[in-house]
Design a protein around this ligand. Structure first.
Ligand SMILES: [Zn+2]
Length: 169
């Protein structure tokens, strides 16, 4: 009976001693190494029997909430962090995306206008640019007049005497 074979049956010896051969039990009694193995295994099984799943700390939720609150109130260290926190956790939360969008729009429009103006100054003189602006304004005025003439028949009262209806050119 060699020790390795005995070691493979030590658990059986502990749980159900009658299932293992007598020769094996005899070996464990006589062999110091196998006896020590059996003792260690018995101790481990005893620990496992005593071990119970630890219950969750009843104060865990309260602690977590207070921790979160403290983190929210703590002042960030750096300037960038402060601004980031202000943008992220500001009191007017719903205004932040609007402000960011407005800022992006300003940057876009400003950049576009600047590019457009620089392009015009390169391509044409300021005078022709002004003339073009006036022409576009004139076009807009015509568009508005047309819109007014469309609106007027629907309106009950009209300021002008020309109530004959929309007249085309
Ligand atoms: Zn042995």
């Amino acid at each position: 009976m060699n020790c390795r074979k005995v070691n493979s049956r030590l658990a059986d010896l502990l749980l159900d001693p009658q299932s293992v051969p007598v020769k094996l039990r005899q070996h464990v009694k006589e062999c110091a190494g196998c006896g020590r193995e059996l003792a260690e295994l018995r101790a481990t099984m005893g620990l496992l029997d005593d071990w119970a799943v630890p219950e969750a700390n009843p104060f865990f939720d309260a602690k977590l909430l207070s921790r979160l609150r403290a983190e929210g109130q703590a002042k960030p260290v750096g300037f960038l962090e402060r601004w980031k926190a202000r943008l992220l956790y500001g009191s007017n939360l719903r205004m932040q995306p609007l402000m960011a969008g407005a800022l992006a729009l300003i940057v876009l429009v400003g950049g576009g206008t600047y590019a457009d103006l620089s392009w015009q100054s390169h391509q044409q003189s300021d005078e022709s640019a002004a003339v073009r602006d006036l022409q576009s304004l004139d076009g807009n005025a015509q568009v508005f007049q047309q819109l007014d003439s469309i609106d007027q028949p629907a309106a009950p009262q009209s300021q002008d005497s020309g109530t004959a209806g929309p007249s085309s050119d």
